[in-house]
Design a protein around this ligand. Structure first.
Ligand SMILES: NC(=O)c1ccc[n+]([C@@H]2O[C@H](COP(=O)([O-])OP(=O)(O)OC[C@H]3O[C@@H](n4cnc5c(N)ncnc54)[C@H](OP(=O)(O)O)[C@@H]3O)[C@@H](O)[C@H]2O)c1
Length: 329
């Protein structure tokens, strides 16, 4: 594993981190989940990313990870960076989502309980909430730090402008935001766009970019239809209507470039998000240990020539995969 400094902080994160958003719910066999997480840790993936609502049902991934901590990982607690988040719907009523202090505080306590932890290493505001004063949402993150329930805090899917404001409010309150967690892939390049772009607005914060494979689209699996065991077949967060003929043609072209680089397409997709030094870590998902090992192979070739980047740019354009856009209020 290679470790990269998270912004200007003292914390290093693995270049590839593992997220438990999907494949770690009640419908997935615990043994399979455990095998993936232990394979990740054995490979030097010291960072496991969770959120209150990962499952299904919401909370299931944290419960499952808590079980792995109890059975296997507890002795290695100090070798692990464990994150959780709150922002999306977690329980009924007005205090079960968004950015109030009431919700964030209660949700963090619930996450700790599910995982059997005294603290998480990173606690995130999962999405921006314009209805709640930023002072209140940032105040809730400060509470997480001051209470010792989180070692660091971060924000997820905030725009460049929201990020700058959040950083200012945090500074006024006397703390710093460690990290931003945005979506980013060859088919979803919003963090590069705008003046300033989100990457420009980080200004000392680290970035861990999620769904670098566009939920599996940036692999070869959809070149000849939709496999039964794939995420798209479930028609949940990844709808088959994202797989248009035009997108499949672009995947084919990108796969040819990957082959010339001696990589699988998944590996090139991960290497590509890591080409910018402001990106600390690529946050991948995995359904099997084999997928995880394939993804880890990205680290063997992180360099791109200018002609490779130019060739990739021809095909690495928006493909309507950013389902997180517009989920703030
Ligand atoms: N902050 C946020 O709002 C937010 C939102 C979403 C995700 N996240 C974080 O980001 C993490 C990753 O998200 P993601 O799962 O969408 O990431 P991803 O890496 O883009 O997609 C993972 C999926 O791609 C397929 N795959 C993975 N490796 C493969 C390989 N080497 N070859 C072929 N297929 C491969 C698998 O799908 P199949 O089942 O189809 O094989 C796998 O479940 C989440 O677990 C979560 O921690 C955060």
């Amino acid at each position: 594993m290679q470790y990269r400094q998270c912004g200007s902080s003292g914390l290093d994160l693995p270049a590839i981190s593992l997220g438990l958003w999907q494949n770690f719910g009640e419908a997935n066999a615990f043994d399979q989940q455990r095998e993936i997480v232990l394979a990740a840790f054995d490979a030097g993936i010291t960072h496991i990313d969770l959120a209150n609502n990962y499952g299904p049902p919401p909370g299931a991934a944290e419960l499952s990870f808590g079980r792995m901590l109890a059975t296997d990982l507890a002795p290695y607690r100090d070798e692990l960076i464990i994150s959780s988040k709150a922002g999306y719907r977690m329980w009924p009523g007005p205090y079960g989502e968004w950015g109030s202090k009431k919700y964030l505080r209660a949700s963090l306590d619930q996450s700790l309980k599910r995982m059997g932890l005294e603290y998480v290493d990173i606690f995130y505001s999962h999405r921006f909430d314009a209805r709640t004063p930023l002072e209140e949402t940032m105040g809730a993150l400060k509470y997480a730090l001051d209470s010792g329930k989180a070692t660091y805090v971060g924000i997820s899917s905030y725009t460049a402008e929201q990020t700058q404001r959040a950083r200012e409010v945090a500074a006024d309150l006397g703390f710093t935001l460690l990290i931003h967690q945005p979506s980013y892939s060859m088919f979803n390049r919003w963090i590069e766009e705008g003046e300033p772009s989100l990457l420009d607005a980080l200004d000392g914060m680290g970035a861990i970019v999620f769904s670098p494979l566009a939920q599996g689209l940036l692999t070869k699996k959809y070149l000849n239809g939709v496999p039964d065991d794939s995420r798209a077949a479930q028609q949940g967060s990844f709808k088959t209507d994202m797989i248009t003929n035009e997108v499949v043609d672009r995947i084919r072209a990108l796969d040819e470039i990957a082959q010339q680089r001696g990589q699988s397409l998944a590996q090139m997709a991960i290497s590509w998000v890591l080409r910018d030094p402001r990106v600390t870590s690529a946050l991948v998902g995995a359904r099997t240990v084999e997928q995880l090992h394939d993804s880890l192979g990205a680290l063997e070739n992180l360099e791109f020539s200018q002609s490779e980047l130019d060739a990739i740019d021809t095909y690495a354009v928006e493909a309507s995969v950013n389902i997180w856009k517009g989920r703030s209020r």
